[in-house]
Design a protein around this ligand. Structure first.
Ligand code: WTA
Length: 675
């Protein structure tokens, strides 16, 4: 046992520290949070009462009696005894002051289609009418699960909010997922109702979406879950535009049904704080998808607080998170967080680089967006396809976010200088589907930015880095390890839906000090990411533990090597994988590279990339092979699929790649590498 631990004691890190960038006085002056003493309110000895101020951002029908209950550890309960309604908090309570303010700006994919501006009053009306249909025509009630398979149109948040109004648990499946993937999730969540749309626009095409509903229902039925009703929004109300036939008795047009409920108001159901707001499935690297179960009171208070302090959202801001609501980022930071604060939130149906890489900047200019939120994968794509586009447009951001993957410092600098025009602050927010909201980030009005690093733990979050044996690694050690959070927080999921054993095993078992204990101090939360904490408390995420590669006995974070490659200006994207080296009975790195448009591949360029990595990391990371590919395999949520590339390099089966964003690229790359 001890021997095994000694074999893999730590990750090796060769990174140089990056210099700080400071927020402008103009930003700090208007920031929601510019008080550096805020962290004093959130020291561990103030746990759990410090989280009261999160809940105080909400309207409670009944105030809670117990802030935190750990009796069922590690399924924590927050704000016990309290009652509230999430929809009321995101819509009704804003009417008195903001009835006539835009809640949602809907930007359809086609640039010739009109942008829709939905006021809080209009949102209130539409949510109520739908709630009337769901309750009185369909018979849904609090606690029922409903699967949503909706694309990026206003009907998606409207449906989520109507469910929340009734206490119905929604489970939105990303629209890009197949019918089968949706059917698996219908079955797992035991939904008897599916809500979908006939079609939508994507990358210049009109996609038939209804076809996936039939496949989903069939998949669910095969596994024993009956779907009684399929409710279909029509992308253009009144006109059915899918070639897939309508099923009598099962399929209903929602736009028609809500018309018959015109003007009807439905009292929001006052729900216990600990009831479930939604399920969000996350695939993880292996096994079946896990339904992360999020609470009403804890989750909503957490995302509201983070939207205010980390996203710096004020009611007068125009806020655009260019993610899909089908992912947790969209749930927390397009829908629930911003609407809880009465912000104007943008919903964009399209793809960031269609019809060209200037599109996001035209939208920003037209709507006066001043807070922008996206992912490294989108930033790299926009930099690759149109590095000079932002300067052509007259928009001005005060604040920008990156989320979803580590961002290479070189890419960060482009985001800061070119997209943000050197004026906007950038927050690098690190968190997961399971967490509800941000774990690490800088608080933008207080702390400087550091390219490539997320910040320290946000107020109330106390990260710790453990080695494999469970010893704490101190920031002074300069070593990386497994990043965990010492304490529970209100936004954390309650469990994996119907799988408590998996919940405990995946997130708590490894570092739990005593499985019998109901003391939260014995249950650090394991994130599954490898990370390094610098002496200033800033955290640098190396990537998922399973993505760490081992070269000549050293464990290296993929992002560090890839960062080196991205210092070469011709490189658009980089992915490194470990390949078995039979001669030395170890592993060597293979580096996959996609180049910026117009750059020709050459041996000289490959040498330049190798040298950049040796410069940044060291000889140990010199790629054994560099493979210049036209594009990288990516998940729909925008993560590089290193696992697929590793399978190709190792001549293993690549497995099921049908849920990738660009499955065809896999075969192209396989031929390139193996033939
Ligand atoms: C990674 C997305 C580095 C990380 C909200 C995490 C990040 C996984 C960052 C969760 C970031 C997310 N820097 N890595 N700022 N944000 N990650 O569940 O590996 O889609 O564990 O949640 O993405 O992805 P998920």
């Amino acid at each position: 046992m001890t021997e095994e631990k000694e074999q893999v004691p730590h990750y090796d890190v060769y990174w140089q520290e990056e210099p700080y960038y400071y927020p402008s006085p103009g930003f700090v002056g208007q920031a929601n949070c510019s008080d550096p003493d805020i962290f004093d309110r959130f020291t561990l000895d103030k746990f759990p009462e410090c989280f009261r101020e999160f809940a105080d951002l909400l309207h409670w029908d009944k105030y809670w009696h117990t802030t935190f209950d750990s009796s069922d550890a590690p399924s924590w309960k927050w704000f016990v005894g309290g009652k509230l309604n999430a929809c009321y908090n995101c819509v009704d309570r804003h009417l008195a002051q903001y009835r006539n303010k835009t809640a949602i700006h809907f930007v359809p994919e086609s640039e010739t289609a009109r942008i829709e501006h939905i006021t809080y009053q209009e949102l209130y009306r539409r949510v109520n009418e739908l709630a009337a249909v769901l309750r009185d025509d369909i018979g849904l009630k609090a606690g029922d699960r409903v699967t949503l398979h909706l694309p990026m149109t206003p009907e998606l948040p409207i449906t989520m909010l109507a469910c929340a109004r009734l206490g119905v648990i929604h489970s939105e499946v990303f629209a890009g997922f197949s019918g089968r993937a949706c059917g698996d999730r219908i079955w797992d969540s035991e939904s008897a109702v599916l809500i979908t749309m006939d079609s939508y626009y994507f990358n210049g095409e009109r996609l038939d979406h209804k076809i996936k509903a039939d496949e989903a229902v069939e998949t669910a039925i095969k596994q024993g879950q009956r779907v009684n009703k399929v409710l279909i929004w029509r992308r253009h109300p009144g006109t059915y535009s899918s070639p897939t036939p309508w099923v009598e008795g099962r399929d209903f047009f929602l736009d028609e049904m809500v018309r018959k409920r015109k003007g009807q108001l439905i009292e929001p159901v006052s729900m216990p704080a600990e009831e479930i707001l939604f399920l969000m499935y996350t695939s993880g690297s292996t096994g079946r998808p896990k339904g992360c179960q999020h609470s009403i009171g804890g989750y909503l208070s957490y995302v509201a607080w983070m939207s205010r302090h980390v996203q710096d959202i004020h009611p007068e801001d125009v806020y655009w998170c260019m993610a899909d609501i089908g992912w947790i980022t969209g749930h927390s930071f397009i829908v629930y967080g911003p609407l809880a604060l009465a912000a104007s939130t943008v919903i964009f149906e399209g793809v960031s680089t269609y019809p060209d890489a200037g599109r996001p900047w035209r939208v920003a200019e037209e709507l006066g967006v001043n807070i922008f939120h996206t992912s490294p994968i989108a930033i790299r794509a926009l930099r690759k396809a149109g590095a000079d586009e932002p300067e052509k447009y007259n928009y001005q951001f005060k604040h920008m976010t990156t989320v979803g993957e580590p961002i290479e410092p070189e890419v960060w600098r482009w985001y800061y200088h070119v997209v943000g025009k050197g004026r906007a602050v950038v927050v690098d927010t690190w968190w997961q589907t399971e967490n509800g909201g941000v774990l690490c980030s800088t608080i933008p009005g207080i702390a400087p930015m550091k390219p490539g690093s997320t910040g320290p733990g946000v107020p109330g979050i106390h990260p710790v880095i453990f080695d494999d044996a469970g010893n704490e690694i101190s920031p002074e050690d300069g070593k990386a390890g497994n990043i965990c959070i010492r304490n529970p927080w209100p936004g954390s999921f309650q469990t994996i839906w119907k799988n408590r054993e998996g919940y405990v095993k995946t997130y708590y078992e490894r570092y739990c000090k005593n499985p019998e204990s109901t003391d939260w101090r014995d249950w650090p939360y394991m994130t599954g990411d490898a990370a390094l904490m610098a002496p200033d408390g800033y955290v640098r995420i190396l990537g998922r533990i399973e993505d760490v590669i081992e070269v000549a006995g050293h464990r290296l974070g993929t992002n560090e090597i890839e960062s080196g490659a991205l210092n070469v200006s011709e490189v658009a994207e980089a992915a490194v994988v470990a390949v078995i080296d039979d001669d030395n009975k170890g592993y060597v790195p293979h580096l996959y590279i996609s180049l910026r448009p117009g750059v020709a591949p050459s041996a000289a360029l490959e040498d330049k990339i190798s040298e950049a990595i040796v410069d940044g990391v060291g000889e140990i990371a010199r790629p054994a092979r560099i493979i210049l590919v036209p594009d990288m395999p990516k998940t729909r949520s925008g993560k590089l699929m290193r696992r697929v590339l590793a399978s190709i390099s190792n001549y293993h089966d690549v497995g099921d790649v049908t849920t990738l964003d660009n499955p065809a690229i896999v075969e192209t790359i396989r031929k390139q590498v193996q033939d």
